[in-house]
Design a binder for this molecule. Sequence first.
Ligand code: NDP
Length: 351
Amino acid sequence: MPEHVVIIGSGPAGWAAAIYASRANLHPLVFEGAETEENRVAGTLPLGQLNLTTEVENYPGFPSGHLHDYIRTAVVKDRVETYLEPLHEHPHAVTGPELMNLMRQQAVNFGTKIVTDDVVSVDLSKQPYKLKTLGGEQHEALTIIIATGARANYLGLPSEERYKNRGVSACAVCDGALPRFRNKPLVVVGGGDSAVEEATYLTKYASSVHMLMRRDVFRASKIMQDRAKSNGKIKLHYFREVDQVLGDDKAGVTGVRVKNNQQGGTEDLPASGLFLAIGHTPNTSFLNGQLELNDKGYIKYTTLMRTFTSKEGVYAAGDVADDYYRQAITSAGTGCMAALDAERYLASKGL
Ligand code: NDP
């Protein structure tokens, strides 16, 4: 029997869709992704990008406070122990991993089925649609909600590739506490909210953090810009790009050769790490061209204010179809919309 609703992805969009679809008695099946080393390096592990962040200050309903007791009673014990940081003594905003485990738990409570594996290919040529997992399982689905999100971009330099995992990273929260980065200067590339967030986080460990921006303006919100400018450990460098990552086989990254894109010339900054925060790429390769994408590669919505894609019964939610808002709350919102769209489609077909 084909599944009524399959949801691919386990960020806020995926769990919001699962909560709505399970409460509609559609018994959704979520593929939450595989816990592989490849996914770790690419930043595509289960629970999505929020699981790689620290505190989430702007998700409605979670003002800063003593959230510890609530979270520990809401999430099943074994996941608290395996996936969540120990007690924060001080009042704090909900963390990304806490928020994602709460969402997952809420979906589980309503009967969502979960497979901890990647969907590696789909066949959308006819209904029921077919899906194949990394582990070789085959599934069929009457409707599919694609909520696979986006992953961090890299610059594409050969020297960057050489030192990935040896000083080059796109996730300060995942890697920042490693011994190699402690009390050493670090470099962050980018001028958006992510770059400020990463640089601020890294100041906990680094002796100083150089932020390289290719223009002389931030893309980050005003509050985040002020945070970077007022942090004595962060040094801002405008009109600067990475020319080459410097290092050797033994030490990994030892510095960054930086070019001035206004006046020419390069300068070598000593650093034990390079962190990229230069935007994202949607996770759509498993679709193999079967859905229409926009010119930036994000899934195209075919109808205004609906989560419809170019295939009937296939919906998109969250960052995989959003190159503009990209917030946890907007992702959760489109996840809810996709589940309602799937429910109404199934009802219209009498399924
Ligand atoms: P953004 O697209 O906002 O910013 C990307 C930054 O990287 C820009 O400064 C851009 O420069 C720079 N950049 C892009 N490509 C290159 C390149 N090849 N070389 C050098 N620099 C490059 O991405 P973010 O990931 O920062 O943010 C994505 C979304 O997530 C945003 O909507 C943001 O608001 C949100 N977010 C919110 C947070 C919060 O606290 N609320 C935290 C983190 C993210 P340029 O401007 O010149 O193009």
